[in-house]
Design a protein around this ligand. Sequence first.
Ligand code: GUN
Length: 284
Amino acid sequence: METKLIDGKRISAEIKEEVKEEVKKLSGKGITPCLTVIQVGEDPASSVYVRNKRKACEYTGIRFVHEKLPKETDQETLLNRIRELNEDSSVHGILVQLPLPEHMDEQAVTRAISPAKDVDGFHPVNAGSLFLGEKGFVSCTPAGVLQLLKRSGIEIAGRECVVVGRSNIVGKPMAALLLAENGTVTVAHSRTQNLREVTKRADILVVAIGRPRFVDDTYIKEGAVVIDVGIHRGEDNKLCGDVDFEKAVLKCSAITPVPGGVGPMTVAMLLKNCVQAAGGEIDL
Ligand code: GUN
């Protein structure tokens, strides 16, 4: 059986074009969507992420403002800046790049962002809305995974979905999204007993455990769809995911590569959220 490669580069490019169209329509109404990203300190990985966000925003016509604060900034200064941006009607999306320096409380910072501008979907109001099946911003990576599945014609309703990983940013919202699509959802994690028995039930297996090449063919049912959320730089300096691609590819019917799978989708969904925050009509 031929294994299908789920092409995140192509699908994210498709979504970027849809975003670009909607930005044009907003522009006709005199609205330029604007995303402000706050970065505290100079974490090199964060700087790469911020640069990618800028490129994608500029490509689609979204105004991008990068506010850099020194590592030593005290939390109250950051919170005050967020409160100003909440009140600034020219700013539609606010994103505080994580991780924050150790002296800051990420929960308190996340809660300070107005839920209406929380394009990361991390605020408890947005996280709660997702679980209640109400409208709101959804965390970009799991929202991107859902688009990969939908745009690859993969049926979710009624099927066994197993999510490995239970983070607030990926695992939990991923489970809520699959459930909302009528999947039968199991969330497995580092304390799950007999993990292989659980993952081998999956028709759709989403892996977000943060361990390089952890899931190989022995975790996968013949013909399953495998989505790899992980990204790591190996000792050979090559990128790899949480899934051992070479082994998994022999067993599954469809799989996302790393790089070029889930990664590019995260930024695409951020753009979509920014357009929605600015009042654009883009329902994916
Ligand atoms: N750091 C790494 N990924 C992300 C993200 O999606 N949002 C934020 N705010 N910080 C991050």
